[in-house]
Design a protein around this ligand. Sequence first.
Ligand code: FPP
Length: 227
Amino acid sequence: MQTTPDHKLHVAIIMDGNGRWAEARGLPRPAGHQVGADTVRAIVRSAIARDIGALSLYAFSTYNWRRSEAEVAGMMALLRHFLLVEARQLRDANVRISILGRRDRLPLGLVKAIAAAERSTAACTGLHLRVAIDYSARDAILAAAAAGPEAIAAELGTEDVDFLIRTGGDQRLSDFMLWECAQAELYFTRVKWPDFGPAEFDTALAEYGTRVRSFGGNVEPVRAMAG
Ligand code: FPP
């Protein structure tokens, strides 16, 4: 399943620690998200350079609405800005952008930016960048189940995650891609997202390369990465 030599990795990242990164520097929490967006740019470029097949990023969960109005508004504006500014460069880099999650509660400007970014990169065949916004894995599973078995196969069954990274020190999944992570290797680091650069990404990928993936069997386990 995930182990043929030409299989390209699907990496998922729970980008945590922006707020604490900012607070530790006496900065307002949105400053952490701003620097976190720069980290997103750098890691996307690393993922392209490393020929990763898909990169799924948890940008905003359904639970994040509980944050202050100002912080939520800042995050929505940042996501819109990212999509508007980056979509062209990402298209030029052959990156296909998809957004996961609900759209009906998002500001109209963000909904439009999502539609434009998805449309302009739809034909790209390189890295598949999936950004989860107003996302809950349980909601996604329930929605697919309600839509029928074909929807489960189409929306959940084709995107198995190989490697899940969580920054910021916590060791939990926080309702991110529960279905797709059924056989994922998990990696937790204390490094906060704004400090998670290409070197930390390489360290994580090297660790993935040492994992032996048996997929529940005990015959001929497969090294996660050849070489
Ligand atoms: C977690 O930090 C981070 C988030 C919930 C948002 C992640 C968003 C970005 C990195 C901004 C841009 C994203 C894209 C795709 C451009 P936290 O605020 O929960 O940190 P804390 O645990 O230290 O409070």
